[in-house]
Design a protein around this ligand. Structure first.
Ligand SMILES: NC(=O)c1ccc[n+]([C@@H]2O[C@H](COP(=O)([O-])OP(=O)(O)OC[C@H]3O[C@@H](n4cnc5c(N)ncnc54)[C@H](OP(=O)(O)O)[C@@H]3O)[C@@H](O)[C@H]2O)c1
Length: 276
């Protein structure tokens, strides 16, 4: 056998093995698929009507984390679908926007370490969206807990006291207050603490890896994203655009329960739906 034939045969076997590996991983991922509630998969034939009805009610909302990857897409989605008469961004710094599209956007700059002093910023919004968060790598373990648990919970408390009836929280796949992983434990704990506040309606979104071209360098997240991007798994990853779309669509849908949890697949399904 010539060297070339040997090389071609070896490459052929390697490709075959790789294909089998990819198929096995895909099968394992689909085995762990989250169920999608019927409401989301057969969603909103009449989304346009629902949005129009909601729009007529002249409601207002606030967004926490509007400078972040999900938050900024959420703001754009809300502006495009125009379901609120006023949108307030609550953050630690003022963001710059130009143009008529932003005429109904207000901003409240707050010190998250002294949120009680900013109770007024949380008053009078019908709906609250929270896309706030940091990472352990960026803020250290204590800093991560401070932001992802304390800031988020305090904001939710102020929103409830300020009259919000709906709260939409971007949490994470695997959130579990009993987890031994700090990240999942904190996410699960804050989910539960906010549920105890008793909003009329509370929606928890649990995306897997967020698919986004992040400006900031996060090597571990980048690697994970590349991996799950290849498998385009509806279970493990989801584009930020889908998370934003799902949050907005879900706002105008009738809830099945007071507290709803949307796992990654439900978010992906709902976030893919066409706007009518
Ligand atoms: N990355 C993922 O793959 C993934 C997967 C599942 C769930 N999640 C969760 O989804 C949520 C949103 O993620 P993302 O990647 O869209 O967020 P992101 O791009 O990291 O943005 C985070 C937002 O939180 C704000 N923030 C961070 N630290 C703060 C602090 N100390 N004080 C005040 N504000 C602070 C940021 O404000 P500045 O712009 O001022 O910094 C920004 O608006 C997070 O809770 C995250 O844990 C992420």
């Amino acid at each position: 056998m010539s060297a070339l034939t040997l090389l071609v045969s070896t490459l052929g076997k390697a490709t075959g093995l790789l294909t089998i590996l990819v198929l096995v991983i895909a099968a394992v991922l689909s085995f762990f698929d989250d169920p999608v509630p019927a409401k989301y998969s057969s969603m909103a034939e009449d989304m346009k009507t629902l949005e129009e009805n909601f729009r007529q009610q002249n409601r207002s909302c606030f967004i926490l984390g509007a400078s972040g990857e999900t938050g900024k897409v959420l703001l754009q989605e809300l502006l495009e679908r125009n379901i609120f008469s006023k949108i307030t961004l609550i953050g630690r710094r003022k963001l710059t926007f130009e143009g008529k599209a932003y005429e109904n956007v207000a901003q409240e700059v707050v010190d998250f370490e002294k949120l009680d002093e900013h109770a007024a910023a949380f008053q009078g919004h019908d709906v609250g969206y929270c896309c706030l968060g940091t990472t352990r790598a960026k803020a250290g373990a204590d800093g991560f807990v401070r932001v992802d648990r304390d800031y988020v919970l305090k904001s939710a408390e102020l929103a409830k006291a300020g009259g919000s009836s709906q709260f939409h929280l971007q949490s994470s796949r695997g959130a579990d207050k009993g987890s031994s992983f700090l990240y999942l434990q904190v996410k699960g704990q804050v989910e539960a603490d906010i549920e105890a506040l008793g909003f009329d309606r509370y929606a928890i979104y649990r995306p897997g890896v967020l698919l986004v071209d992040r400006q900031e360098s996060r090597p571990a997240e980048w690697l994970t994203r590349k991996f799950f991007g290849v498998f385009s798994s509806k279970t493990m990853s989801v584009p930020v655009e889908a998370v934003a779309k799902a949050m907005v669509s879900n706002t105008v849908l009738q809830p099945e329960q007071k507290t709803e949890i949307l796992e990654n697949k439900a978010i992906a399904t709902m976030g893919k739906s066409e706007k009518k």
